[in-house]
Design a protein around this ligand. Structure first.
Ligand code: PNS
Length: 181
């Protein structure tokens, strides 16, 4: 059994096409649990992404620059090799509903078979965001929908529901609203 490393580095991998408030919530919570959290964007054109990897890492930089222990990267190939290259011992994934479980279980078991020293840790998505997925957000964007719908609205007092700051991202004319809590 390997010993606990003095600094626990975790990778939070995903397509992030685009980053949603569900991702952001998990990153915020993960940044409090691990010494370093690396948010890594998968480079995979087979998924026919809406945003390029550079646009997605750009969005992540804009939204995550306030977290000193959060780093942004991208990767090709096996996730566990990418984690190893960063000396990461944890893969962080979010689970929204039972429908996520089967896919996540298969990935976690395969990754464990490939590199048993790397542990997958699941966090339950915040219930406020459990219906949000990049796939649905992409569909809403492509049909001209308004994305404020997936962001908690500013209350009169400005800070109810733990709400702190709203960030507007603008990529190729597509406006995305992110909330920091
Ligand atoms: O946000 P997503 O699209 O659900 O993230 C999926 C991701 C990036 C975690 C997954 O596709 C992945 O790990 N890809 C890397 C390829 C790999 O390592 N495959 C073998 C283990 S299942």
């Amino acid at each position: 059994m390997p010993e606990k490393p003095p600094h626990v580095i975790a990778i939070y991998p995903g397509s992030f096409d685009p980053i949603t408030n569900g991702h952001l919530d998990l990153i915020q919570r993960g940044s409090r649990m691990f010494d370093r959290l690396i948010v890594s964007v998968l480079r995979n054109d087979k998924k026919r992404p809406l945003f390029t990897v550079e646009e997605r890492t750009g969005m992540l930089h804009e939204v995550l620059c306030i977290y000193p222990n959060v780093q942004i990267d991208s990767f090709n190939g096996l996730l566990v090799d990418h984690a190893s290259a960063h000396s990461a011992t944890v893969l962080l994934r979010g689970i929204r509903a039972i429908s996520d479980y089967e896919y996540e279980l298969q990935m976690a078991l395969m990754n464990r078979r490939l590199r048993p020293e790397i542990e997958t840790i699941f966090m339950m998505a915040n219930e406020a965001y459990s219906f949000i997925s990049s796939r649905l957000v992409k569909e809403v964007i492509s049909l001209g929908g308004i994305l404020r719908a997936w962001c908690r609205r500013r209350s009169n007092s400005g800070s109810r529901n733990g709400f702190k700051k709203e960030i507007q991202l603008n990529f190729r004319g597509i406006r995305i609203t992110q909330c920091r809590h």
